[in-house]
Structures are given as C-alpha cells and as structure tokens.
Design a protein around this ligand. Structure first.
Ligand code: DLL
Length: 439
C-alpha cells in the first residue's frame, strides 16, 4: 500500500526538481534566520544563488552534533518561539540535550512521514496499534502516534509500561500492530514465553521496530516469538524523529522520504560523497522543515544507498539497514548514551576524572551495564568498606538520576584497568548474545 502515490512514485527528474526548489528555499531561510548557518556559509564564501543542482550540495558545510550541542537551547531554531508548537529533545554528548522544535507545518509533515511508513508496512484503519515507545522528550511515541491516527487506526499509547502490562493490553485489546524498539519487543516475547503463553493467544500481525540497531537474526526471532511480520524503521530526533526511512513489503532496504530529506552517503574520513552502493556515513539535509532545519547533518550512522529500483513501485531511494556507527554511542535498554556522559557524572562525584570501563552484557535476555571505576588513591580512607559502599551507591544514583540508566557500579583497585589512555572504554559482550530468547 502506498499512502501518497504522488510523492512516493515521482520520477527521479521530478523528485530532483522538487528537492532543489525546496533546498534553495531552506538555504535562504537558514541564512537569514540562523546565525550559525550565516557564519558557516560566509566563512566558506557560499553564494546561495549559485546552488542550482544537487551536486552543489557538496559545496555546503556540514552540521555536526557538536554544533547542535553548542546551540542549546534555541539558537538553531529558524522561527520565533511563538511559531513552535512542539519541542522534543535528544540526549547530548555531554550535559545538555539537543532541543528540536516543530511548527504546525512540521508536525503535519512528520505525521505524513510516519503515516507513510505505517502504510507501507500494511497498517490501515482496521488495525489496533500499540505504541510501546516512551511518550516523552524522545520522538518515538509521539512520532508514530500522529501517523497511526492519520491512518485511522485505533491507537493505544501504552508508552513505557512494563512487559507484563504490555502483554495484558495486547491480549485484551486485540492489538494487531506493535511499535517499539526491537530490544523491548524481544523482552515482550521472552515474557510471553515464560508465562507459558503461545503467540497465537495474541492477535499481532505487524511490528514496526527501530530506534536502535538490530539484526536479521533478531527479526526472525521476533517474527517467530510474536507471530508477526517485522519492519525496520529509521530516524533521528535532529532530522525529525521516526519517519525518515522505513521498509516496504519487500523488506530489502528502507525507503527515505526524499521529498522531505535529501540523503547523502559520505566517507567519514575524507568527507567526500560516495557513489551509490558504497558504505559510509549518512548525511541528511531537511528541505521542508521550518522550525529546526538542518543542512548536511552528519548522523554518525553507517549505511549505503541501494541503487536498484524497488519492486514495491516506490521510487524513493533506499538505504540498507544501519550497520554500525562512526562513534562510541551506546544503545542500552532503549536508551542512548555516550561514554563521555558517564565520565562527566563520575568526575563530578569523585572530584577527579577517574579511569573507568563500561561492560555491557546480557543476562536472561536483559541488557546489563557494569561501570567499573578505578578508586583514586587520593580518596581518604580508601580501605573503609562503608565509604566505598557510599561512593558506589552515590555513583550509581548519579548515573540513574542523570541519564536514567540502571547500571551496576563496581569499584576496582587503582591502576587495575590499564595504563593512562590505554583502557578500552566500552566492552560489549552482547553481540554474541544478540538473541531475544532466554539463554
Ligand atoms: O531513535 C527516532 C526513532 C524512533 C527511530 C522510533 C525509529 C523508531 P534518536 O533517539 O535521536 O531518534 O536516535 C537516533 O538511533 O542516529 C541511529 O543511530 C539509531 N537508530 C534509529 N533507528 C535505527 C534503526 C530515534 N532502525 C539514532 N536501526 C540514530 C539502527 C537506528 N539504528
């Protein structure tokens, strides 16, 4: 099913014409209203009147997460706050989050984008859609909610209720579509199995999963464990949230909503554009957004453009499922965190920057995080057990309060994690246990 046949099946020439018109208008707006872009374009002597084709994009500067972090809270907004009707946020690399704003038009376009992905997964007005993404500053809950209502489905904002409550709703309300992170879907599946229930007791037929990396193996397990057809969905808060790209029934690549976002793939080292088929970092330029437009935003996500036409009939380009990231972003229990954010909390509590290591593992299908922190020799009464316990608890509390993460903190002997600068910051043992099933 194609929701918006006009835009989803344009010829390449028609699409590029539309993109360039929308790009020009975006560039003029950001130059006029966002100081960051005015300075960045002026520094490169960009003449906007000479941006006449998509190839000219390459002359424009990139925008990075660091640029957005520095613009906290509102400096990247391209309209006055009175025109902003929604604010969402993503966690920053350190300290402050990245705030994004939507105008009424932005919300309309975002709704259209997620509605398209729901439609391409076969969701319609007869479906009961259960959204098990949190409804908060994170974009997953609200983003899909709007789209599912547009389709006319019956939407249940189950949000972050626990797996037992999700299952009860699912069974009693006859949920047919589940939308959440694949890791959480795995936990729902495990809870179902441990309750001795068969997936046929449920009425699920479609799952839209995303917001974190997952594999084909996880797809198979979720399909077996929950009796549904699973679709991959990709997006990021800075660009809009969910709705940037998603799979159609062919399930071989995610169609990018290219009438709203121009996608490029670049070599993250040379920053040069790569030809279709080659793996590199995804870069997006928004071309309809009013509140928070972005030019050449470096996502840190590695993927490739799939050049062949898709059998579904859509002409929108496809990207392959995200293979990895260029940075050390950790995906943990539905949350995203950079080691630098943990470091910041540890140093604030300890008064010094401690050596630390983050060990990620999986026990009984659930992610665990152990933050191993070297005790400073300067700490008074290092040998007093009570002091150590206090320190450990206060670090764990700091991580919980600051980042919402439930992590175990282990205090280890000075210099036991290795010499200065040699520590492997993150040890992820989950890959070999990347299964949604109980061991
Ligand atoms: O995760 C938006 C979203 C919500 C997408 C619901 C899909 C479904 P952020 O919290 O800003 O936004 O995180 C964005 O998550 O840069 C990727 O690294 C990762 N990510 C998102 N979707 C996928 C996916 C939302 N399908 C960051 N596969 C992105 C792999 C994904 N990684």
């Amino acid at each position: 099913m194609i929701l918006n046949r006009f835009y989803e099946t344009l010829t390449r020439e028609e699409l590029e014409q539309l993109q360039i018109e929308r790009l020009q208008s975006t560039l003029n707006r950001v130059y006029r209203y966002v100081a960051f872009y005015r300075q960045a374009f002026d520094a490169r002597s960009v003449d906007l009147s000479r941006v006449k084709s998509l190839a000219d994009l390459a002359r424009l500067p990139f925008t990075t997460r660091e640029d957005l972090r520095k613009s906290y809270p509102y400096e990247m907004f391209a309209v006055p706050l009175r025109d902003i009707v929604r604010i969402q946020a993503t966690s920053g690399t350190t300290g402050k989050p990245i705030m994004v704003g939507y105008t009424k038009n932005d919300l309309r376009n975002w709704t259209e984008c997620t509605a398209r992905l729901l439609c391409s997964a076969g969701v319609d007005e007869h479906d009961v859609v259960q959204i098990a993404f949190p409804y908060n500053l994170f974009t997953g809950g609200f983003g899909f909610h709007q789209g599912a209502e547009k389709i006319g489905a019956s939407v249940i904002p189950a949000s972050n209720a626990n797996t037992e409550a999700q299952l009860m709703i699912m069974r009693d309300f006859k949920t047919s579509v589940l939308i959440c992170a694949p890791g959480f879907a795995g936990r729902i599946s495990s809870t179902l199995a441990s309750a001795g229930l068969h997936p046929e007791n449920l009425h699920l037929r479609v799952g839209l999963f995303g917001a974190e990396p997952w594999s084909e193996r996880q797809r198979t397990e979720l399909e077996e464990g929950l009796h549904l057809q699973a679709f991959d969905n990709y997006g990021l808060t800075e660009v809009i949230g969910p709705g940037v790209a998603g799979e159609c029934h062919e399930r071989s690549g995610l169609h990018v909503n290219e009438d709203h976002f121009i996608v490029e793939v670049i070599d993250p080292r040379t920053l040069q554009a790569l030809p279709p088929g080659e793996e590199g970092e995804l870069v997006f330029t928004t071309i309809t957004k009013e509140g928070f437009p972005l030019v050449r935003y470096r996502t840190g996500d590695l993927s490739r453009l799939l050049p062949e036409p898709c059998a579904c009939g859509r002409t929108l380009a496809r990207i392959q499922r995200i293979s990895a990231r260029t940075d050390d972003l950790i995906f943990f229990a539905g949350l995203k965190v950079f080691p630098s954010q943990i470091e910041e909390i540890l140093s604030a509590a300890q008064g010094t920057t401690p050596q630390f290591r983050i060990v990620l593992d999986r026990e009984a299908g659930v992610d665990t995080m152990d933050v191993q922190v070297e005790i400073s020799e300067a700490l008074p009464a290092f040998d007093e057990l009570k002091n150590l316990e206090k320190l450990r608890d206060s670090l764990a509390r700091g991580i919980q309060n600051g980042l919402g993460l439930q992590a175990k903190v282990s205090l280890v002997e000075p210099r036991s994690l290795g010499g200065e600068g040699k520590i492997r910051r993150v040890v992820d043992r989950r890959a070999e246990k990347m299964t949604t099933k109980e061991p």
